[in-house]
Design a protein around this ligand. Structure first.
Ligand code: SF4
Length: 229
């Protein structure tokens, strides 16, 4: 009884999640998948246990913040802080910290042992996210702190502000915004279906249905109506 009710709680939370603006995590991601999110296209449901794992990530953040709030060498300037409001994108950094000399944007990521073990550098998609935080907070340096969910081991990587990368990311989002407004479905990723994003993509089925190349959403939408929601 409880299992079904708890699963339903999580499944209901992800229903009809039409997106109306970009999140920082969309920067550098597959434009087609982001487009489909905006259009609330039919998607594969995420299993309740995976949704619970997302919630578990929040507890890991609290676990990391606890010592940071007590350590004398570190001052937590702000936590769960939203980027300044602007038209394009919204996002919330885990924290801004200071070592008494410099400010850093802190972003905490958790992962399983297998991924953690092989992590020798910060992940590209996480660097993209931190770069935008650095840009909007006007802070030159950030820290990506990775937590192994299975044994609580830590790895950290410093990220320096890279203006060129930020401008590319913002340009990508502006172009994608234009396609969303004009109802033009973006092309697939160049390395579809081998890209890691395709592996986890909730829109894999309709992406296959759409084939490669750009196409009009209105024409394609009718085809998707026969797909399970
Ligand atoms: S399957 Fe791959 S290319 Fe297609 S929408 Fe998903 S991430 Fe993008």
């Amino acid at each position: 009884m409880l299992r079904e009710l708890i699963d339903k709680f999580y499944l209901d939370r992800q229903k009809d999640k039409e997106q109306a603006h970009f999140y920082i995590t969309d920067a550098g991601r597959c434009g087609r998948a982001v487009f489909f999110k905006f259009k609330n296209a039919p998607r594969r449901e995420i299993e309740p246990n995976v949704l619970r794992l997302f919630d578990h990530g929040d507890y890991i953040h609290q676990l990391i913040m606890k010592p940071l709030l007590s350590i004398r060498e570190i001052h937590v300037v702000a936590s769960e802080i939203k980027i300044p409001p602007q038209e394009l994108v919204s996002g919330r950094a885990d924290a801004i910290i200071s070592d008494g000399k410099d400010l850093y944007v802190l972003d905490i990521k958790s992962m399983n042992s297998m991924i953690f073990r092989n992590l020798t550098e910060a992940k590209e998609e996480n660097i993209n996210q931190v770069q935008l935080y650095l840009h909007y907070f006007k802070i030159p340096r950030g820290i990506l702190l990775y937590v192994n969910k299975d044994n609580q081991e830590l790895k950290e990587f410093v990220v320096n502000y890279d203006k060129k990368r930020v401008l590319l990311l913002l340009d990508g989002l502006s172009k994608l915004k234009n396609k969303i407004e004009k109802n033009i479905i973006p092309d697939r990723l160049a390395d579809y279906p081998d890209n890691w994003q395709c592996q986890y993509c909730q829109f894999k089925a309709i992406c296959a249905l759409a084939n490669g190349g750009k196409l009009k959403w209105e024409d394609f939408k009718k085809k998707t109506e026969s797909q399970p929601r």
